[in-house]
Design a protein around this ligand. Structure first.
Ligand SMILES: Nc1ncnc2c1ncn2[C@@H]1O[C@H](COP(=O)(O)OP(=O)(O)OP(=O)(O)O)[C@@H](O)[C@H]1O
Length: 715
């Protein structure tokens, strides 16, 4: 039987689908149908070759992409288990659930999302009176992540017991160490793993336990990874290791769409894949099905300005349409009004609101648009901003559920006094001291101190009664019923009702609905612990789509999506590219981001900017990502005033000269001389931060030294 799915594909897609064995790399341009090829390949493996879905790992970049992939696959192969279509993190959770006992961790370990990490850190800051302005949470998280990625970190960590960690914490000589050990100590107390740990722990198990490695390697006969241009070193290692037995690794990506370098993505893994695996077969897809030729002209001419890339140009399949439009406005209000006007025109031409997306570099850009949309009754939905599972009320109620399932300190601190139970800082300090001395959780400390004078005068026992009641029965309850019970008994729901917080109540109703759906999906054996693990993996894209509304989101969120009409607004120097860009690599990543934005559009592309001031008082010129586009490809609503255009160009060339100055001149291993520190060796080049890490002979510890610093090369 001819597999008719193949017939819907073009030649390159068919090659990608049918080339099932060995190392295969697909370099696919935007909109060239790589996601489609991936889904069809999965179906081909199952239907044509008879491979079981249990033996295929398909890795996507977000949970939303995984869900869409599952839907596509199911529609081709019928209802079947697609459990191994997941993000790297999702897959690691799966692996860890089976094998984390090798690390002496419980099967139902806890996942700490970035907000949990913040809670832990804030607590450490408070305990040690660390000034969060001097050492920000972002710096702390970067530092922790950096240290966790050292080769021997996990074996070192696992050798330490709780007591040793606590000792290290209490004896830390400076805030940096206090933060690091305080964080590890809190994590260990609850057997918590943050996102970094999920990947690192999976790798640790695979590397150190041969039997486990063989088990997973043998199980995963075929591995496919989407968005490979954005994999990190650890993710790469994971994919490589897992495919080490069958050696069937299929990767897809577009080097021009790397937009996560700031989070550790490294485009070299896709570019050098064939060097690591010399027998790699490479397939190039450059026919674009999504966008009109005019939109591709704009996108191609923009990305051609990047120096650090492999040249490729998208070829249109669609019919010619309209030229992209650019509008320069005097104020952000005018810019928003222009967009609203255009949306109305598109509606009159028959477009739906949901055919339209508005993309921006930074969240704050949405405000002026929202105001106009509300005024003009244009329905819209924000896809990025506060994500559903991070909203206060949702987090609170999930923390209650976690109190029942685990009783960790983060959840405890979050809800013990919400609604108010008179448990403020004084009482909490007492509990912290007790818990510290005993090495127990805060909740246990509370239970053991209910009779203590100060505690007895609060409503602490109501809280303990509530948690104990549900701990006794939750295994027999449906999660929906548990949730309803807690909302009632804790007084949380009535607290919101009293303060008239309709929107928060709506969110809780939505949460209930989602739990209900989840239980329906998973059937009889739904465990609260499994549910909580799943939720901890959700990211911003998992929001429900509302009816016919304009979609507003950051460009990062729009990755992988497509819309008939796209507005990219706030195209100003200082916004897009952002103010903080100070290296050539950083600027090229911003340009790739603009490229991702422009290539989301199918029929219409609208670019706009507005004059104004940046927060540092500098004038907002139109972005270089407008000037980078060949003038012949863009219709200007009105020409820029000559003075403005000249000033903008001057500003841009001055800023580009500065970037060239800040390019790295040395590589790791080079010997250099610094005028104050003398002779040193470059250990690392941090391009994103515009600095070297240098070990100087006369200093004990390495230093970050800016590219700007006068350094001389030494032989
Ligand atoms: N062979 C084909 N024939 C017709 N349409 C196709 C074909 N392949 C893909 N398409 C359509 O082209 C559009 C882009 O496909 P897809 O989303 O798979 O691209 P992509 O490569 O993942 O894009 P990006 O990297 O920009 O996110 C979709 O609307 C898809 O249905």
């Amino acid at each position: 039987m001819e597999f008719d799915i193949l017939q819907q594909l073009n030649e390159e897609q068919r090659a990608a689908v049918a080339c099932t064995e060995g190392y295969v790399r697909v370099i696919a341009g935007a909109g060239s149908g790589k996601t489609k090829a991936l889904a069809h390949r999965y179906a081909y493996l199952v239907q044509e070759l008879g491979i079981s879905t249990a033996n295929i790992l398909c890795v996507t970049f977000t949970n939303k992409a995984a869900n869409e992939m599952k839907t596509r696959i199911r529609s081709m192969i019928g209802d079947s288990d697609t459990g191994l279509v997941a993000t790297f993190h999702g897959f690691c959770v799966r692996l860890l659930r089976e094998d984390i006992h090798t690390m002496q961790y419980p099967e139902h370990f806890m996942i700490l999302d970035s907000e949990d990490a913040d809670t832990v850190l804030k607590n450490v800051y408070q305990e040690n009176k660390i000034d969060s302005r001097a050492y920000t949470l972002t710096m702390a998280k970067d530092m922790i992540s950096f240290r966790k990625h050292r080769e021997d970190y996990l074996s070192w960590f696992l050798e330490m017991d709780l007591e040793k960690l606590r000792e290290k914490y209490l004896n830390s000589p400076n805030p940096r160490e206090q933060i690091f050990y305080g964080y590890l100590y809190e994590q260990r107390k609850v057997f918590g793993l943050d996102y970094d740990d999920l990947i690192l722990s999976a790798l640790y198990i695979l590397k150190n336990f041969e039997e486990k490695r063989h088990k997973w390697q043998e199980k995963l006969e075929y591995i496919m990874v989407d968005e490979f241009q954005d994999v990190s070193a650890a993710q790469y290692e994971l994919a490589d290791l897992l495919s080490g037995y069958h050696k069937n690794l299929f990767i897809v990506g577009d080097p021009d769409q790397t937009i996560y370098s700031w989070r550790g993505a490294d485009v070299h893994y896709i570019l050098n894949f064939d060097k690591h695996h010399p027998d790699t077969q490479t397939i190039v897809m450059d026919r674009n099905y999504r966008s009109s030729p005019e939109i591709l002209d704009v996108s191609n001419s923009l990305i051609a300005k990047n120096r650090l890339r492999v040249e490729k140009s998208l070829k249109p399949i669609r019919q010619a349409g309209r030229k992209a439009l650019y509008n320069h406005a005097r104020t952000v209000k005018e810019e928003a009004e222009w967009i609203a006007g255009k949306i109305k025109e598109l509606r009159e031409e028959g477009a739906g609101f949901s055919d339209i997306a508005i993309l921006y570099r930074a969240h704050f850009v949405s405000r002026s648009l929202e105001e106009i949309f509300v005024k003009q009754q244009i329905p819209y939905v924000l896809y990025s901003g506060i994500e559903f599972y991070r909203r206060r009320e949702v987090k609170d109620i999930l923390s209650y559920l976690r109190m029942v399932a685990a009783g960790d300190d983060m959840s405890f601190l979050r809800v013990v006094n919400v609604p108010r139970r008179n448990i403020g800082n004084k009482r909490l300090d007492l509990l912290k001291e007790y818990a510290g001395a005993k090495g127990c959780s805060l909740y246990d400390a509370l239970k053991e101190n209910l009779q203590q004078d100060l505690i007895a005068r609060s409503k602490a026992s109501e809280f303990v009664d509530l948690i104990e009641k549900y701990r006794g029965i939750y295994k027999e309850l449906k999660i929906t019923d548990l949730l309803t019970g807690i909302l009632n008994d804790s007084g949380y729901e009535s607290m919101l009702r009293q303060s008239g917080e309709e929107e928060r109540l709506d969110n809780l109703a939505e949460l209930k609905q989602s739990v209900y759906n989840y239980e329906k999906e998973t059937g009889e054996e739904t465990l609260l612990e499994d549910y909580l693990q799943r939720i901890a993996l959700f990211s911003n894209m998992d929001k429900k789509e509302r009816k016919d509304s304009v979609k507003m989101m950051t460009v990062h969120t729009a990755k992988g999506l497509e819309f008939p009409y796209v507005f990219v607004c706030g195209l100003n120097e200082g916004i897009f590219p952002g103010k903080r860009v100070d290296t050539e690599e950083g600027l090229e990543e911003e340009r790739r981001l603009a490229y991702v934005a422009y290539t989301r559009a199918g029929i219409g592309l609208f670019l706009s900017d507005a004059e104004g001031m940046n927060y540092d008082g500098s004038f907002r010129f139109p972005s270089r990502f407008i000037f980078n586009i060949g003038r012949e490809y863009l219709n200007y609503v009105r020409e820029l005033e000559p003075g403005l255009a000249t000033n903008a160009r001057h500003y841009i060339s001055a800023s580009e000269r500065k970037l060239n100055l800040s390019a790295a001149g040395f590589s790791p291993g080079d010997q250099v001389r610094h005028k104050a520190f003398g002779l040193g060796k470059i250990l690392e080049v941090k391009k994103e931060k515009g600095c070297y890490v240098i070990q100087f002979e006369k200093l004990e510890t390495a230093r970050n030294i800016s590219f700007h610093a006068p350094l001389e090369g030494e032989r």
